[in-house]
Design a protein. Structure first.
Length: 365
C-alpha cells in the first residue's frame, strides 16, 4: 500500500504547450499519461487527466534527449513531472555533481537552481551545460560573495575555508574545499589545524560547531536557506504533542540547514537523499508516521518510491527557486537554448573552483 500525505500540497503545475506541434498519437499520450500517474503515485494531485496534459511534453523531451545525446539531471526538489517524467538521474547535490563529472554525454541539462548548473560546468568544463531557468537562484548562495570570503580570510590568515555547495562558482574559487549536506561533518573534521572557516550557512555551521566542540574552532558566516529557516523547534514540539494525544509516535527527520532548536527535536538529521532513504526504510519496518522537515520535493519522492503504508505528517515548505523550472522550460532549452541558458564561466574561476570540488571528492572517499 502506498503512503500518503496528511499535509496540504499545491496542485500539480499545468504545463504550457503554446507554440509546439507534437507529432504524437492519442494512444502514445494515453500510455505515457498512465506511466506518469503510476510512477508519481499521488492520484489526488496527479490524476490521469493531469498527466495527459503533461505527457506530450515528456514524450518530446525524452525523444530530444536521445536524439541530441543529452544527460538530464534533476535535483530532488524539482516537481514530480520532471523527476519521474524526464530526468535521467535524481539525487542530492553531492551525487549529482559526481554524475555531471562522470556522464559520458557531451551535453548536460541541469534542472535545478543556478549554482548547481555552475557546479556541473566546473567539474565538466568541456561539456555544454544547459540551465533552463536562469533566474532560478538560491537565497543561501546569494547571501555571500567572493569578497565576503576574502574578508574572512584576511581576518583569519592561513585558516582553511570550507564552503557549502550552495554557493556560486566565484565563492567556490576562494575556498579550499567544498562540502555538501551529506559529507560536511566528515570533511571538516579531516581538515588540518584547530580552526576552520565555514560558509555560508549559519545553521549548518552551528551544527558543525557543536559536533567539533573541543576539536576545532569554527568561524561562521551569517547566511541561511529561506526554506529551512522557516521551521522551528516549537512547531515540531506542537506536532509531537498533538500526535501523542492520538497515540501516534512521530519520527521527525530534518535537513541540517535547519536551526539548532529544530535539529535538537529531530530523530534523524541528513541530506535530502538520506532523509528519503531513511523514511522508506522506517516505513518498511512499520514506523509509518513521519515528519519531514525540509523542502516538499523530498516528500514527493518518498511517496513515489515507498511500497509501504506511510503517513507524512506536518508541514513542508516549497522552494520558489527550485519550483521555477517547468517542463516547457526544459523543452525550450533543449530545442533552442538562449545565451542565458548556456552556462559560461571564466577559465580562472573554473580552475580555482574545481580544486575545491576535487578536494571534496578526495576527502569524501
Amino acid at each position: 500500500m502506498a503512503g500518503h500525505m496528511v499535509i496540504d500540497m499545491p496542485p500539480a503545475p499545468v504545463p504550457s504547450v503554446h507554440g509546439y506541434n507534437f507529432a504524437q498519437s492519442e494512444s502514445e499520450i494515453e500510455e505515457e499519461a498512465k506511466r506518469l500517474r503510476d510512477v508519481i503515485r499521488q492520484p489526488l494531485r496527479w490524476d490521469l487527466e493531469v498527466c495527459k496534459t503533461i505527457a506530450p511534453l515528456t514524450l518530446e523531451i525524452n525523444r530530444l534527449k536521445k536524439e541530441r545525446d543529452v544527460f538530464l539531471i534533476a535535483h530532488s526538489y524539482q516537481t514530480p513531472d520532471i523527476v519521474y517524467g524526464v530526468a535521467d538521474e535524481v539525487a542530492d547535490s553531492y551525487s549529482l555533481s559526481k554524475s555531471a563529472r562522470d556522464a559520458p554525454q557531451n551535453t548536460i541539462l541541469f534542472s535545478s537552481v543556478r549554482f548547481m548548473a555552475e557546479t556541473a560546468k566546473i567539474v565538466s568544463p568541456h561539456k555544454l551545460v544547459l540551465h533552463p531557468s536562469p533566474d532560478a537562484g538560491c537565497s543561501l548562495s546569494d547571501s555571500i560573495t567572493a569578497e565576503d570570503v576574502r574578508g574572512l580570510k584576511r581576518l583569519n590568515p592561513g585558516v582553511p575555508v570550507a564552503c557549502y555547495i550552495n554557493t556560486s562558482a566565484a565563492v567556490k574559487a576562494e575556498c579550499d574545499v567544498c562540502v555538501t549536506s551529506s559529507n560536511y561533518l566528515k570533511i571538516c573534521e579531516r581538515l588540518p589545524g584547530e580552526k576552520l572557516i565555514f560558509v555560508p550557512d549559519r545553521f549548518m555551521g552551528k551544527h558543525l560547531q557543536r559536533s567539533l566542540r573541543g576539536k576545532k574552532e569554527v568561524v561562521l558566516f551569517d547566511g541561511e536557506c529561506e526554506v529551512h529557516a522557516k521551521f522551528t523547534g516549537d512547531g515540531i514540539r506542537g506536532w509531537r504533542n498533538k500526535m501523542s494525544q492520538s497515540g501516534i509516535e512521530l519520527v521527525v527527520m530534518s535537513h541540517p540547514e535547519c536551526d539548532a532548536d529544530v535539529l535538537d527535536e529531530s530523530d534523524v538529521i541528513g541530506s535530502s537523499e538520506i532523509l528519503k532513504d531513511e523514511a522508506i526504510r522506517l516505513a518498511s519496518e512499520g514506523r509509518r508516521d513521519i515528519m519531514l522537515i525540509t523542502e516538499c520535493g523530498t516528500a514527493d519522492r518518498v511517496l513515489a518510491e515507498t511500497e509501504d503504508e506511510l503517513n507524512i505528517i506536518g508541514s513542508c515548505v516549497m522552494c520558489k527557486y527550485m519550483k521555477k523550472t517547468q517542463l516547457s522550460d526544459i523543452l525550450q532549452a533543449l530545442t533552442n537554448p538562449t545565451t542565458e541558458q548556456i552556462i559560461e564561466l571564466d577559465e580562472d574561476i573554473i580552475s580555482k573552483a574545481k580544486r575545491s570540488l576535487d578536494e571534496m571528492f578526495r576527502l569524501s572517499e
